[in-house]
Design a protein around this ligand. Structure first.
Ligand SMILES: NC(=O)CC[C@H](N)C(=O)O
Length: 310
């Protein structure tokens, strides 16, 4: 294998020059305003060494990548009971789709589509008020990344509150089925704030370390989740982490990964690396265009796909 620093630098140079960058999310105004020229990549290896290039230290809106952290917390709170209210199958539908909820009685397909993440937040609200839940989530993510500077971008949270009509529809619809226990406004207050968490690639790659290491945070030795739970979260990221683009992502990249409409992707090479990429332009499925391409290049050069022989 070529040296990793060389690979990462080459990928960043290729992405900086890429002509076809996709389009930043338009339906959340502060995201629409982000310059599509950005590209960042950061990799944390199991031994703690880090490789980064491009805009790896620029914070961006992590959006749906936050669903991984919320899911981890909800599983910690209620364990496998969660699966009575959220499924574990890929949806084959857009991240904000409502259609399956009607025939499936308000049970979202998985915790990574919006409807599923909203139920996950409703579960977290069983433990405290909205302010406490979001505070707890921020503390959790800061602890995982080892960085107290991580914060919520209030401008993004407010913009989502003002424009999140579909999310309100999803929440109210699930409430009608009895699968949302708290008022939609309360649950979405948490949801919009978690989506508005701002992190850099370096912080995100650090926060994902427990997923590459069987649930253990490598530097502190702290057990965040059991090895079985880490394996299962990775399985869900592989099958559902890119919505109706999950099959394509597995085909091209072959790593558990979670995308967000801010253009970030957290990807996990179990036993090897936690990787974060960011480029704001999205493809037609709402996943980062160049982020995906960069990960495709990375696994090509490293053989890190979970479908490569170990
Ligand atoms: N795919 C995403 O990142 C979607 C998150 C966004 N906050 C929304 O609810 O629409």
């Amino acid at each position: 294998m070529e040296s990793l620093s060389r690979i990462v630098a080459d990928i960043a140079a290729e992405m900086a020059a890429a002509p076809d960058r996709g389009t930043p999310a338009q339906y959340i105004p502060p995201l629409a305003a982000v310059d599509p020229a950005h590209f960042g990549i950061a990799i944390t290896l199991a031994d703690g060494s880090e490789y980064a290039a491009g805009d790896a230290d620029l914070p961006f809106s992590i959006q749906s990548v936050s669903k991984v952290f919320a899911l981890t917390q909800a599983l910690g709170a209620v364990g496998d009971q969660l699966w009575q209210r959220v499924g574990r199958e890929p949806s084959g539908s857009a991240f904000n789709s409502i259609v399956q909820l009607e025939t499936e009685h308000g049970i979202p397909r998985n915790p990574f589509v919006n409807a599923g993440a909203i139920v996950v937040d409703d579960v977290l609200l069983g433990r405290g008020a909205p302010r406490e839940v979001i505070g707890e989530m921020l503390r959790f993510v800061r602890g995982l990344a080892g960085d107290e500077a991580i914060h919520v971008d209030e401008t993004v949270a407010r913009a989502e509150q003002d424009t999140g009509f579909r999310n309100f529809a999803l929440a109210q619809y699930m409430r009608a089925f009895g699968n949302l226990h708290r008022p939609a406004e309360e649950v979405l207050g948490v949801y919009f704030h978690q989506c508005a968490i701002a992190m850099s690639c370096r912080q995100l790659a650090r926060a994902g370390r427990f997923l590459m290491a069987g649930g253990v945070q490598p530097d502190t030795g702290l057990s965040i989740v059991s090895p079985r739970r880490a394996r299962r979260i990775n399985a869900l990221m592989l099958t559902c982490g890119h919505y109706d683009g999950s099959g394509e992502f597995a085909f091209r990249v072959g790593l558990p990964g979670k995308s967000g409409v801010g253009g970030g992707i957290l990807a996990v090479a179990p036993g090897i690396a936690s990787i974060a990429v960011w480029s704001p332009g999205l493809n037609e499925r709402g996943n980062s265009q160049l982020g995906t391409l960069a990960l495709e290049r990375l696994v090509h050069h490293t053989g890190w796909s979970i479908f490569d022989p170990r």
